[in-house]
Design a protein around this ligand. Structure first.
Ligand SMILES: [Zn+2]
Length: 390
């Protein structure tokens, strides 16, 4: 038997919000109907009335379940390079503790109305958690290999890790500063590069641009401290994004994550390229690590595709997309809630190729249903909370 939910506003996302709208949901969560308050519904219908907004389930486009055990372990505002060094130090935990933390993180996301996750993995340790989860996962198996002579072996190992996930997965470079050119060459040689979704950390720190422009700054020290010889790497005279993009297979969809130090010039550079770029923002992680936000309105005004992520519990106090939306609205009040909601739902589902079922309240989909309470008119308030309805 279906249930009819009504609220102050229904946000179907694929079309305009409906004031006092009604959404009909089947027992399996399928959207069966979307009505205005003046439309007739059966006299014996079970109607649940709510205060607030009803939206589709959220898509968290960038997470690292594997780092969930680092909740609260790393200091804030250290900058990215110090942060990475701390993460490397903390990698060695008992497997049971890592798995238990991942299970808790997965449950927390479900409770916070997340229905799909784009998750970065270095190993297959998260595979059982993801397989048992009610959340749909796409795993991005991440490659870190800056040494050309090791690239082939690292690439093949990552392909094997991909296969260990009995779920949608793809292989992706970690960041411009952590992979050598050979990795991009191997990506181009994949059977169908266009089916291999990428998710690359991009310009999370200005040090990354310095490294590519002039080959100086913290990343040079970082590699020296690791004892790595990077004499083969030459200053590129341009930002990291502009150095990386020409190396990538042009038909491969690419999500660039963070973009805290991406400039308008970088965006013009992207516009001149064939590459289909989606920008992913994780504002709370940016505040945690670098205490700075990307110029989100700049991307929005250029009408680029945008999605949202939480990053990991190493750089966030919770895995909650509503908190990311609130952070954006608090800092950039020119962007309407309705737009940001689209980034958090349909756009993420599209990038992860899950929009046939998820992302909007279209009839026939099973997108999950979230109730957002404590709202203010057609936008959120600082007190807004999320509850999963279906
Ligand atoms: Zn990340």
């Amino acid at each position: 038997m279906s249930i009819y939910h009504t609220a102050d506003y229904i946000f179907p996302v694929h079309k305009d919000p409906v004031r006092n709208g009604i959404v009909e949901v089947g027992e399996d969560g399928e959207i069966l109907g979307l009505y205005h308050s003046s439309d007739e519904i059966p006299a014996d219908a079970v109607v649940q009335k709510h205060k607030g907004f009803i939206t589709p389930g959220f898509v968290n486009s960038h997470c690292h379940l594997e780092l969930s055990h680092l909740l609260g372990a790393l200091p804030r505002h250290t900058g990215l390079v110090r942060f990475l060094q701390s993460v490397m130090k903390f990698r060695y935990y008992e497997e049971d503790d890592i798995v238990a933390a991942m299970e808790r993180a997965d449950a927390q996301m479900l409770e916070n109305g997340v229905v799909a996750v784009g998750d970065i993995s270095n190993t297959a340790i998260s595979a059982p958690t993801k397989k048992d989860s009610a959340i749909a996962y796409h795993t991005f198996v991440e490659l870190l290999c800056f040494e050309p002579e090791k690239a082939r072996a690292y690439f093949d190992r990552a392909l094997e890790t991909c296969q260990a996930f009995d779920l949608p997965s793809s292989i992706t470079p970690h960041a411009p500063y952590s992979v050598c050119k050979e990795i991009y060459r191997y990506l181009k040689q994949l059977d169908h590069p266009e089916r291999n979704l990428l998710s690359i950390h991009n310009q999370e720190t200005e040090e990354e641009n310095k490294f590519f422009r002039y080959k100086n700054g913290d990343f040079v020290d970082f590699y020296r401290e690791l004892g790595r010889d990077i004499s083969f790497f030459k200053a590129q005279g341009r930002d990291s994004l502009q150095s990386m993009l020409p190396l990538m297979p042009s038909n491969q969809p690419c999500m660039l994550v963070h973009n805290t130090y991406t400039t308008i010039k970088d965006i013009y550079f992207v516009n001149r390229h064939e590459q289909q770029i989606t920008w992913c923002f994780c504002p709370k992680a940016n505040l945690y690590i670098e205490n700075r936000l990307p110029k989100i309105p700049m991307f929005w005004k250029m009408e680029h595709e945008i999605v949202l992520g939480t990053d990991s519990l190493a750089s966030n106090d919770r895995l909650c997309i509503l908190s990311e939306i609130k952070t954006i609205l608090q800092h950039f009040d020119e962007i309407p809630f309705e737009k940001v909601l689209r980034w958090a739902t349909l756009n993420g589902a599209k990038y992860l190729q899950m929009d046939e079922q998820l992302g909007s309240l279209e009839i026939g989909k099973t997108p999950g249903l979230n109730l957002i309470s404590h709202v203010k008119g057609k936008t959120l308030s600082e007190k807004s909370t999320v509850k999963k309805l279906a």
